[in-house]
Write a protein that binds this ligand. Structure first.
Ligand code: ADP
Length: 419
């Protein structure tokens, strides 16, 4: 092929051969001419395309040709933006720096995406899953070449949408009867209305707690399906994060105390210490207070939930353009292999500690969606057995910006849509 990908081989003890690039092949592979890399690339049912920094296509397999409508001999030598024109999910052309091929070449790292729509030669449009991997020619040098593998995921996307619609409708419909059951249970438990023997009261209290849990579960399902397709209602306003985070911390104090945990709220100052007294800075952000409340409530609840003993500390800090909230715990910690998946929908760490603790695996997914709604970032650092720290960064407003925005805000009455 002439790109140095499948070059000289080195023998390994078992009779298999380790080729440059980390590929190991058997001796049968080496002897059988039909198993050459060209045949394999031709047999792969996903589109495979190789290109360089000048955007020129150098390799185009059979599946790539079937998907795009460009014959391999037409595609090779052309600009990849012509052969594989991508748009966003709404059909808008993407900026050059957003193209996953370019991103991968610039960063020197693999890039994966399921978000783009590919336009074929005849104008057919379909959603594609793309994985772009730079080919490392010399360690430590930016790569000149990259390989992309892509496939049509239109059917999967449609099924995902149907599933999300179903979850959204079902959870919305089920909230009404659950609210009714909860209401009647509260009436039954009201001492002014009914007389109950202690056993009956204890059963009804348990039933009410489970109904409340079910109601929260459906609320989470509804929020997550809305977050997924960008329908999450948000009414942002100027918010002082210190106030919000302190309030949320206070609401978790009862649960923390019940478990014997020490719950602390710390604000670090970027201001001068004045006469021995630290001036607490104001950390302003433009976010929906209800939504952002949800994020910190979830993170603090989790910290309390997954910490059998020790402490939970909520720290507020920031610099000129960022507000950072850290939630530190001395709990079970998270295995490193689970960390990359933690913010995915329904993901729960499967170990004895977490198996006994109830949850849906939706909380962190919702947190991430909300934080990203405000151009923020959420991530975690953790050590198994020692504890975890969840970080949330949000864009910070200067006091002047906050004041200006507050002035315009008070002169505009915004409709409250709620989710
Ligand atoms: P849930 O808590 O309902 O299972 P989340 O999405 O909030 O769902 O969290 C996903 C998983 O991440 C949890 O099941 C748990 O395994 C892990 N996790 C979250 N927060 C912590 C924490 N502070 N310490 C240890 N594990 C955690």
């Amino acid at each position: 092929m002439g790109f140095g990908l499948f070059g000289k081989k080195a023998q390994t003890p078992s009779g298999s051969s380790l080729k440059p690039g980390g590929l190991t092949v058997s001796s049968r592979f080496l002897k059988d001419e039909r198993l050459s890399s060209d045949f394999i690339l031709g047999a792969i049912d996903d589109g495979v395309v190789m290109f360089d920094r000048a955007k020129m296509v150098h390799l185009f397999n059979r599946a790539a040709s079937e998907l795009t409508g460009w014959a391999p001999n037409e595609a090779v030598g052309m600009d990849f933006t012509q052969v594989l024109p991508l748009t966003d999910a709404k059909g808008n052309p993407i900026r050059p720096e957003e193209h996953p091929f370019i991103q991968s070449l610039i960063s020197g790292k693999p890039v994966r995406s399921n978000e783009f729509v590919l336009n074929s030669k005849s104008g057919k449009q379909f959603s594609v899953s793309i994985v772009v991997s730079p080919v490392i020619e010399h360690e430590g040098h930016p790569s000149e070449t990259a390989v992309a593998v892509f496939r049509d995921i239109t059917t999967e996307k449609a099924q995902e949408e149907q599933r999300s619609d179903f979850i959204s409708t079902a959870s919305h419909e089920m909230r009404t009867p659950i609210a009714a059951i909860e209401g009647y249970l509260s009436l039954a438990l009201n001492e002014k209305i009914t007389k109950l023997d202690p056993n009956a009261r204890s059963y009804l209290e348990k039933a009410r707690a489970s109904t409340q849990h079910l109601g929260m579960l459906f609320q989470d399902l509804l929020t997550s399906s809305k977050a997924e397709d960008g329908r999450l209602a948000s009414n942002p306003s100027v918010v002082e994060m210190g106030e919000i985070v302190e309030q949320v911390t206070e609401t978790a104090r009862f649960k923390a105390k019940e478990k014997g945990l020490d719950l602390k709220f710390v604000v670090s100052s970027d201001h001068e210490v004045n006469g021995g007294k630290v001036i607490r800075p104001f950390y302003y952000c433009f976010v929906d207070p209800i939504r952002i409340n949800e994020v910190f409530q979830n993170l603090i609840d989790n910290a309390v939930k997954y910490t059998p003993e020790g402490s939970v500390t909520v720290k507020l800090t920031g610099d000129i353009d960022t507000v950072q909230v850290q939630i530190l715990d001395t709990g079970s910690g998270i295995p490193s292999e689970d960390i990359p998946h933690l913010f995915q929908k329904f993901y729960r760490v499967d170990n004895t500690a977490t198996r006994t603790i109830g949850g849906t695996g939706l909380g962190l997914f919702i947190c991430k969606k909300i934080v990203e709604l405000y151009n923020g970032r959420i991530w975690v650092e953790s050590q198994l057995g020692k504890g975890s720290t969840f970080f949330v960064n949000l864009p910070r407003l200067t006091a002047e910006q906050a004041l200006d925005m507050q002035k315009t805000q008070s002169s505009v009455i915004s409709p409250n849509t709620g989710a």
